[in-house]
Design a protein around this ligand. Structure first.
Ligand code: SAH
Length: 245
């Protein structure tokens, strides 16, 4: 029987399948610290597929020259389709993502949605990108990690998975710290301080050592609003804040 994927099924771990020409780049940064421990404990799983294994010709070529001419190479639709169909066969309800600078910029809201789902299949582009027909035929969701160009989708996939995995149940020791991060309330986070009480002549703001929790909360909120207005005024409307200059 099919079960609803609206909320994370506590029992089935989040499954990530990554299609890449460089499987040796994984788990990479995701093999250490919180994500690495969670991977070891089975809180999520990671499968990498070498795209080249799905090439048919004797040179195992995965790319060809762009139709219409121009510089660079384009990844072939037929080879990629075989790889995707293997990793994500019909009935697999995990979203199929293509890391792409043309995609929708990744947000914490999308990261939360992905973390609540069964997993992801991620295609990492290389060269000039992938044949448009593959994107359409396999319903790929293009996701960007920012307005700059990487040499390949692998670092972008690592970024996306890092953001998702830390939200999986049991991955972060202190769940509360996940709820107070920048963006979670629509604002950038307030500044942090810790011992020593004085550092190179700079003291910790007095309110933070006052023990007055209401005052501390008010100060933090005000700092978050001030920083957001200063650095990211574009976030204010979504955070329910008036945009003033
Ligand atoms: N010619 C393309 C860039 C290709 S970069 C263009 O101008 O749009 C090669 C691959 O790196 C892309 O296919 C994509 O998978 C990945 N990539 C590059 N920049 C990225 C970004 N900002 N976000 C996500 N993936 C990116």
């Amino acid at each position: 029987m099919m079960t609803s994927q609206e909320t994370r099924a506590d029992t089935s771990p989040f499954r990530a399948s990554v299609l890449t020409l460089y499987p040796e780049m994984f788990p990479g940064a995701l093999g250490v610290s919180l994500a690495g421990r969670a991977l070891g404990e089975g809180a999520w799983s990671l499968e990498t597929l070498q795209i080249r294994d799905f090439a048919h010709d004797k040179h195992r070529s995965v790319d060809d020259t762009p139709a219409g001419g121009g510089a660079g190479m384009v990844m072939r639709a037929d080879v990629l389709a075989r790889a995707i169909d293997h990793a994500s066969p019909e009935g697999d309800d995990r979203p199929r993502l293509l890391m792409s600078p043309r995609g929708k910029p990744l947000t914490q809201a999308r990261v939360r949605e992905l973390a609540a789902g069964p997993g992801v299949t991620i295609l990492c582009g290389r060269f000039e990108g992938v044949d448009q027909r593959l994107i359409e035929a396999r319903g790929l969701e293009e996701v960007s990690i920012g307005d700059y160009i990487l040499s390949g989708g692998e670092p972008a996939a690592l970024v996306l998975l890092d953001a998702v995995v830390r939200l999986l149940p049991g991955v972060m020791g202190n769940q509360a710290s996940g709820d107070e991060e920048s963006f979670e309330g629509g604002l950038l986070e307030h500044p942090h301080y810790t011992r020593p009480q004085e550092f190179e002549g700079r003291a910790i703001p007095e309110v933070l050592t006052s023990g007055n929790h209401a005052k501390i909360a008010t100060w933090r909120r005000a700092e978050a609003e001030r920083l957001t207005a200063e650095r990211r005024p574009d976030l204010l409307p979504a955070a329910g804040q008036p945009v003033t200059k």
